[in-house]
Design a protein around this ligand. Structure first.
Ligand SMILES: NC(=O)c1ccc[n+]([C@@H]2O[C@H](COP(=O)([O-])OP(=O)(O)OC[C@H]3O[C@@H](n4cnc5c(N)ncnc54)[C@H](OP(=O)(O)O)[C@@H]3O)[C@@H](O)[C@H]2O)c1
Length: 246
């Protein structure tokens, strides 16, 4: 059986990734920064008849936890075939209705450095650190792939309004991080791409979004994971599988 790992799998797209990858026959390492939430998610999926799930505590910004995780995977499975760098934050969900906090990420006159740095850390730096930490188990995988969940909001070409300095900037930075990572991993046979999932009905996307998590993950599996090869490494792709404007 192939082995997949999903970050930020306590809810939303991450939880759905675990569900669908499992149904494709992967053993899935379901990670969340709160181990109780990870266990709750596993229990929920078990109640749906899904097995072969392995909960693990991972705050993607914690380098020690990444190192521990890599050692645990090496010992238990000896390899990793697919890494989904899904964990992410945005200004609205982080602010949880606190408009003051949201403005610190969004409005030119109210921006706060620490808020922007925090968003960059989780959305752009952490996926690269997780990928680096798991590189040695990915090398042992079968046609190993890294899927970084980006956003259309990270596209500089499509940006035509002000504001959103933290989230949009962090997803643009993820594109460049991935591009550099792709060159560093290509000789090791690891493919790494950024994918825009579209607007999805989660805590982050809200209930009016275009896709259910089920549709969004299914799109990416069919159009991206099943299709990409090493020659596509470093790309920024849409959920349709087409190249997304940078
Ligand atoms: N929904 C959309 O419309 C949309 C559109 C474009 C891109 N995306 C991207 O899709 C990904 C998933 O988002 P979502 O819509 O499913 O949002 P969500 O429901 O808010 O879920 C975000 C997940 O990330 C986790 N997370 C946050 N900080 C973390 C950390 N430091 N370490 C580990 N996990 C952490 C959260 O865990 P906790 O429970 O611990 O907070 C949660 O499980 C994100 O990268 C997001 O930027 C979403």
């Amino acid at each position: 059986m192939k082995i997949a790992l999903v970050t930020g799998a306590s809810r939303g797209l991450g939880l759905e990734w675990c569900r669908q990858l499992n149904s494709l026959g992967y053993k899935v390492i379901l990670t969340a920064r709160d181990i109780e939430k990870a266990q709750e998610s596993v229990n929920k999926l078990i109640s749906e008849g899904i097995n072969n799930l392995f909960p693990y505590k991972l705050d993607v910004a914690n380098l020690d936890q990444i190192t521990d995780l890599a050692g645990w995977i090496k010992k238990l499975f000896g390899r990793l075939d697919l890494l989904i760098n899904n964990a992410g934050i945005n200004s609205a969900t982080r602010a949880k209705g606190n408009s003051e906090l949201q403005q610190k990420n969004f409005s030119l006159d109210r921006l706060e450095t620490n808020e922007i740095l925090n968003m960059l850390n989780i959305n752009a730096i952490a996926p690269i650190m997780v990928s680096r930490g798991l590189k040695n188990v990915l090398i042992k995988g079968d046609n190993p792939k890294i899927i970084n969940i980006g956003s259309w909001l990270g596209s500089i070409t499509l940006k035509n309004n002000g504001g959103n300095y933290s989230y949009a900037v962090s997803k643009s930075a993820l594109n460049m991080m991935n591009r550099a990572l792709a060159f560093d991993l290509k000789n090791l046979g690891i493919t790494t791409v950024v994918v825009n999932p579209g607007w999805v009905q989660t805590n982050m996307g809200g209930s009016k979004a275009m896709f259910t998590p089920q549709e969004a993950v299914n799109n990416i599996i069919l159009n991206v994971i099943n299709e990409i090869q090493l020659e596509h490494t470093g790309s920024f792709l849409n959920y349709t599988g087409q190249v997304h404007p940078w």
